[in-house]
Ligand binder design. Structure first.
Ligand code: PGA
Length: 252
């Protein structure tokens, strides 16, 4: 069974109304669905209902960047995953390194957010990856395995099939330094082996693992050719219609 390819655009805290409309308009004009490919955009929460509307007649899907592990309640300033689901989100990022580093999200918090998304019928994209210091100290494999383990220690077996992972080396995010396609492939294989040891072979085989970190039109094709790379999580280059279109078109 071939794994699907997912190309996701993480807009982060960027794009205001007219910019978001122009980008979506551009993507809709140029992109058409291909078998085995999913394209997902992750706007800021207040944009979700509008973007959902704009994407009504499109194959492009919608995701949320960050949601609470709680469904609703007295959590001022948080975004409800339940409401995001009602707005049309089918995916949610969990454990992006900016959330882990700037907002102190632990492995445990990330796992509980991922679990809430699954329980609502959404697919979490769980981000894992090492810092430059961890890579230089040769601690990257341990770090990544620990992040993967935390997910399987929390989610029960029947939820494993809904997970998606993204390998995002922190040293490559927004820095212009992409991991080489070989480096990405190697770590993806490590993540898949860890999934197999935490779950079962069938799950390890069918779980999509995306690469993220300074993906550009020039690097997308090489990355997508790798056997263990099942898609891309794109930050900066997903904000420009021309670049994101080229990246999506790199899918054969
Ligand atoms: P970048 O961001 O493509 O701008 O490096 C990727 C991400 O943080 O998801």
């Amino acid at each position: 069974m071939a794994r699907e390819t997912i190309i996701a655009g993480n807009w982060k805290m960027n794009l205001v109304l007219d910019q978001a409309w122009e980008l979506i308009h551009g993507l809709k004009q140029e992109l058409s669905g291909k078998k085995g490919l999913r394209v997902v955009v992750f706007p800021q929460a207040p944009l979700l209902p509008l973007v959902a509307d704009w994407l009504e007649d499109s194959f492009i899907e919608l995701g949320t960047q960050n949601t609470s592990s709680q469904l609703q309640g007295a959590y001022t300033g948080e975004t409800s995953p339940f409401l995001s689901q009602q707005m049309g989100c089918r995916y949610g990022l969990a454990g992006h390194s900016e959330r882990r580093e700037l907002f102190a999200e632990s492995d445990k918090i990330v796992a509980s957010k991922a679990q809430t998304l699954v329980e609502l019928g959404m697919r979490p994209i769980v981000c894992v990856g090492e810092s430059l210091a961890e890579r230089e100290a040769n601690q990257h494999e341990e770090k990544i395995k620990k992040q993967v383990q935390a997910i399987y220690q929390t989610l029960p077996k029947e939820q494993h099939k809904d997970l998606i992972f993204a390998y995002e080396p922190i040293w490559a995010i927004g820095t212009g330094k992409t991991a080489s396609a070989e480096q990405a492939n190697e770590i993806h294989a490590l993540i898949r082996a860890e999934i197999q040891s935490q779950s079962v072979e069938l799950i390890a085989h069918s779980t999509p693992i995306l690469y993220g970190g300074s993906v550009k039109p020039e690097s997308a094709g090489e990355l997508l050719k790798k056997s263990e790379v099942d898609g891309l999580l794109v930050g900066g280059a997903s904000l420009k219609a021309k670049d994101f279109i080229s990246i999506v078109q790199a899918y054969p």
